[in-house]
Structure formats: C-alpha cells, structure tokens
Write a protein that binds this ligand. Sequence first.
Ligand SMILES: C[S@@+](CC[C@H](N)C(=O)[O-])C[C@H]1O[C@@H](n2cnc3c(N)ncnc32)[C@H](O)[C@@H]1O
Length: 287
Amino acid sequence: MSNSPPNLTRIKTVIRAKTGVIIDDKNEYLIGSRLGILLEENNLSSFDELADVLAGPQDSPIFKKFLERITTHETRFFRDESTFAALVEQMIPEWMERNRSFGGASRPLNIWCAAGSTGQEAYSIAMLIHSKFPQIFPSLNLVSTDISETCVERASAGFFTDYEMNRGVSDELRAKFFVRVSDKGYNISSEIRSKVEFKQQNLLVTPYAGKFDIVFCRNVLIYFDLAVRKQILEGFQRVILPDGFLVLGATESPTGLLDSYVVRQFGLTRYYEINSTNITFAPAQMR
Ligand SMILES: C[S@@+](CC[C@H](N)C(=O)[O-])C[C@H]1O[C@@H](n2cnc3c(N)ncnc32)[C@H](O)[C@@H]1O
C-alpha cells in the first residue's frame, strides 16, 4: 500500500448523497475513525471500494452499519430543558386555545420528532404531556423517526441504562414512568411506550407524510449543508398545519431558508410558528 493519504472525495460524495452529512477538511478524520472498521470487516482495500459498495443496495448489512457509524446519535432526556418549558408553557396552551376557538376541543395533537435518535426526545414529550395535560394525552399522536435502524430498534425497546437515566430523568419521573428491569437499567412504562410510534426515515427523502401541529427537528441540521437544510425545512413547511410550530436545536435556525414563519420566544428559547396566518409583514423584517 502507498503511504500517500487516501483520496476521500468519492466516499464523501456518497456520505452526503445517502445521509446529508457533510464531511469537510476539519472533520475528515471521522472517515477513518468511524468507517475504517467497515474496510477491515468487509475485506475492502480502500474508501473508494467502500464507496462503490455503498452505492449498491441500501438494505445490506454493510449499508446499515455505515448509516449507524457515520451519523451522530447523541441525545438525552429533556435535552435543553427550556425547550420543554416552552412546549408546556406556550406551545400547547396556544394550540389548545386555537383548537377551542375552532370548536374542535377533541382534535388530536400531532407531534413528530424528526431525527429522534434513541427515543429520549419523544419519551420526554410523552411524559410531560401525560403529567401536565392528562386530558390531551389519550388523543396525542406522537411519531419519532430516525435514519438509523439501530436507533429505532433501541427506541422501540424502551430500555435505558442507568447512565442514560441519569442524564435528565428526575426521581419523580423515574418513579412514575419507569420500572427497573435489571441491574443495568429501566424499561419505560407501557403507557408511555405505546404512545410513541417509532419508524425509520431518511429526511433526505421528501415529500414527508402526515400533518403535524408541532415538529421537533433538533441537532441534526448542523450536520448538513445549506441546500440540504433548505430542502428539509421546505419539507416540514408542507406538513406543518397552519400556525403549527417547528422546534430546532439551539444553534439551528430557518433564517434565509424558509419563507413563511414567525420567530417565537420563550425566555432564551426560540422556536418558529410555521405557515402563520398572522403574518402582517415579511419574515425578513421580523428578525
Ligand atoms: C445528534 S442526534 C439528535 C437527537 C435528538 N433530536 C436530540 O436533539 O437529542 C441526530 C440524529 O439524527 C439522525 N440523522 C442523521 N442524518 C439523518 C437523516 N438524513 N435522516 C434522518 N435522521 C438522520 C442520526 O441518526 C441521529 O440519531
């Protein structure tokens, strides 16, 4: 083998085409550290060869492992707590108010966690709504999707290690919604588990199905370039109901990428009202 650095152009192109994830010069090391094992395990001699294999069938074990390894799954219960405060103090009360004014008090609340990783985000929402809005909980529709099948399987299993529990679950919620099942961790209660539908979904594949009052898409757009972010945000715009909400990660924003939204604020937390029926001047003037 030559000692010159491998040419990573083709594998980077495949990574972007299949996942949206951008590998630039600064994080090129991720290719070796995360995908190097796939070369060893599959007797491939270069990342170009791996790129050829990954351009093939997407249901192969190597493709699944590639998705699993190249994406970042970091999450935790009640990540960015102020976002959840905004949900219960502002978004849901407003949704209830609007719903009442349209005479539809029993309409289900539809929430989608796009790129929900191993389920902590959706389960946090379900536990909060159960606790704070028990009247809404029975008709809540909550979907969580992720590109990674392994994440979806883990989320569906509803098992969390002590380490994961210690990242965000209060003693009160632990007692109310979890059952210890081994010396390693807990199962979430069947009432909360059965409230969330977990599905595998690649956000690059549009249009999206369904209609939602609130879409959470947090801490994933940062991995994509502007064109992919725009495509995804436009996809959300088509499935978010009038005056519905979009919740992004703390460092993410639709500015310059989406044309119909109003910035909403709760403390330091920002979220976005999409397809607003209240727009009286253009979004660009509102920032
Ligand atoms: C850093 S985690 C964020 C999880 C959660 N939203 C949160 O904020 O805690 C990002 C998730 O996005 C998923 N992901 C990456 N690319 C994706 C794509 N193209 N379509 C859907 N999910 C994707 C990853 O598998 C990962 O689980």
